[in-house]
Design a protein around this ligand. Structure first.
Ligand SMILES: [Zn+2]
Length: 344
């Protein structure tokens, strides 16, 4: 009965929801590249009277892009699917809680930016990964009950909490692992974010699978890779330097370099050669082949997930982990955000 009432209420709220862009909210995000927000507070439920067992606090709904349409899903249910898709569920409880808060904050930031008309998608290269309960049952098999409970508990323990800077939900970027230090946002995303600063990160190769990685490209593979990037690029003759003028950040990651004489960012260089991190070095072989050596995994900005895991194991709680990786932010309920757009 309770489930039915909940389903009915969700349907009721979905019917009431108004496309976010049409509400014309004109707040301005201090760090939003998109300028004006197009997201707005959905119309609140007028009455839950018809449903005797309706929850006293209405569930917050977000819009999830499903194919070419947006579907309503309770925010907290959505966050369970994000945490489960983005962090191993076997990680320490406080790390999972930190991930839940980071995912909730990022989701609100992303929706605020007006992406997909106020919806969020489950493509990790665009918005963030998300897996349905069905997909998780398939992924986890016999371990589903244990792992799903761990994630659900982490989300429930942090219900409605998010990170705020200047009253706004933050761009809570996260990545898998960093070698000693995370990265300043401007070295990867171009924009300077005051809470996305390079900070120490405690994980080492003792805790992180494939922390140090290497990959070899034959001359032919180098040639094919460069051609796919830019068919008109001129590859140096055997023994010549393919990558020159490399500039590193203080954390040791490549910020920019020249590839075949053309300017590339560290992030582009990483993408072109499908490398695990921009904290890289390389050797050019006499045969024209290349060896790359990387440490860590991901862009390096914001919270390191393995760093959070190690901090949790060392006794840090969720709030301490978040304060470390997102300096200067506040852990607040969604209702405390400046424009209360997410009070629903
Ligand atoms: Zn997206």
């Amino acid at each position: 009965m309770k489930n039915m009432a909940r389903t009915l209420l969700i349907s009721f709220l979905a019917a009431l929801s108004v496309p976010a862009a049409s509400l014309g909210f004109a707040g301005k995000g201090a760090f939003s590249a998109g300028g004006e927000f197009s997201a707005a507070t959905p119309e609140p439920p007028v009455s839950a009277e018809p449903f005797a067992e309706a929850p006293s606090v209405p569930e917050r709904l977000i819009q999830l892009l499903d194919g070419d349409k947006c579907v309503s899903i309770p925010l907290e249910e959505y966050i369970v699917g994000v945490v489960a898709a983005e962090m191993p569920a076997s990680f320490e409880a406080e790390a999972l809680k930190a991930q839940a808060v980071a995912a909730r904050s990022y989701t609100l930031y992303r929706i605020s930016s007006g992406v997909h008309g106020g919806c969020i998608c489950s493509d990790p290269s665009c918005c963030e990964a998300w897996l349905s309960e069905e997909a998780l049952r398939e992924k986890w098999g016999g371990a589903f009950d244990t792992l799903y409970t761990r994630v659900k508990d982490a989300v429930a323990d942090t219900e409605s909490l998010c990170l705020s800077f200047g009253g706004e939900a933050i761009l809570a970027a996260f990545h898998s692992s960093s070698d000693a230090f995370t990265e300043d946002s401007e070295n990867v995303f171009r924009a300077v974010m005051p809470y996305l600063r390079s900070v120490s990160s405690p994980e080492t190769e003792a805790e992180v699978p494939n922390f140090a990685s290497s990959v070899h490209f034959t001359r032919e593979e180098v040639s094919d890779t460069i051609s796919r990037w830019d068919a008109s690029a001129s590859i140096p003759a055997s023994g010549g330097a393919l990558i020159t003028d490399a500039v590193r950040s203080e954390s040791g990651r490549i910020i920019r370099a020249k590839l075949c004489g053309r300017d590339v960012s560290g992030a582009e260089l990483r993408k072109i050669f499908s490398l695990r991190s921009a904290k890289m070095s390389w050797e050019t072989g006499d045969d024209g082949g290349m060896d790359f050596f990387c440490t860590g995994y991901g862009h390096g900005v914001g919270m390191s997930q393995y760093g959070a895991k190690v901090m949790a194991r060392q006794g840090a709680d969720c709030a301490e982990i978040l304060a470390h990786y997102y300096p200067g932010t506040e852990l607040v309920p969604i209702s405390a955000l400046k424009y209360s757009r997410f009070s629903f």
